[in-house]
Design a protein around this ligand. Structure first.
Ligand SMILES: N[C@@H](CCC(=O)N[C@@H](CS)C(=O)NCC(=O)O)C(=O)O
Length: 219
């Protein structure tokens, strides 16, 4: 039974799962969500617990949450790039970094993007200020963390880097990393040079005009 991934090429969490699939050349069918694909939407609605994507389908099994999808791929469809180490202590570091990128980079980035999609009279300036403050805090931590390593955890590309790729890609668009955090800037460049992430960036390029804050003319 072939794998199917429901998601959208411009979605940060879809990227996270796609990166794992692309890094290992894992065969799968991409089921794009959007108004042009109503059949995919109907199938997705029946599978997704709360309407969030991506969702991976493997035969009778549907897996939601990008981290769980990557954990599943690493066990059920492993490739040359192991995404979660077998060593349980090393795996905890990978999972910790995955949570840090999702919770403190991806989430505030999504808050800022989500605010820009709201009607003018329902904007949340306080929430956006707090999201920017969280990004500053996370950037300061991440810069210290990345100053002494190439990949987020354990010396090899992992689940944590699948989270960091889309997090730092889009976070830099909404809250520029600039010159303040050279280790993050170098890490982001390393992530974008990774073939699986490069492919996500390129496949999302046609959707850039939809970015609510205006996509910068780079990357
Ligand atoms: N915790 C989820 C988050 C997924 C998520 O936020 N997906 C966004 C796209 S990047 C989504 O489904 N947005 C549509 C919506 O919220 O209605 C995961 O890790 O997969």
């Amino acid at each position: 039974m072939s794998l199917e991934l429901f998601g959208h090429p411009f979605s940060s969490y879809t990227w996270k799962a796609l990166i794992a699939l692309y890094e290992n050349d894992t065969p799968f069918a991409f089921r794009t969500l959007g108004p042009d694909h109503p059949g995919n939407g109907a199938a997705f609605s029946a599978l997704s617990p709360v309407g969030k994507f991506p969702v991976l389908v493997d035969g009778d099994r549907a897996i939601a949450e990008a981290t769980a999808i990557i954990e599943y791929l690493d066990v059920a469809h492993p490739g040359a790039v192991r995404l979660v180490p077998d060593d349980r202590i090393a795996a905890i570091e990978v999972r910790m970094l995955d949570r840090l990128f999702d919770n403190y980079v991806m989430t505030p980035m999504q808050t800022i993007v989500g605010d820009a999609l709201r009607p003018d009279d329902q904007r949340d300036a306080y929430g956006v200020d707090r999201a920017r403050a969280m990004l500053d805090t996370a950037y300061a931590w991440c810069d210290r963390h990345m100053a002494t390593r190439d990949w987020a955890a354990g010396g090899a590309f992992s689940l944590a880097d699948c989270a960091a790729g889309p997090s730092l890609f889009y976070a830099d668009w909404v809250h520029p990393i600039g010159d303040r955090f050279p280790a993050i800037a170098a890490y982001r460049a390393r992530l974008l040079a990774r073939p699986g992430i490069r492919r996500c960036v390129d496949e999302a390029r046609p959707y850039r005009p939809l970015f609510p804050l205006g996509a910068p003319d780079r990357d």
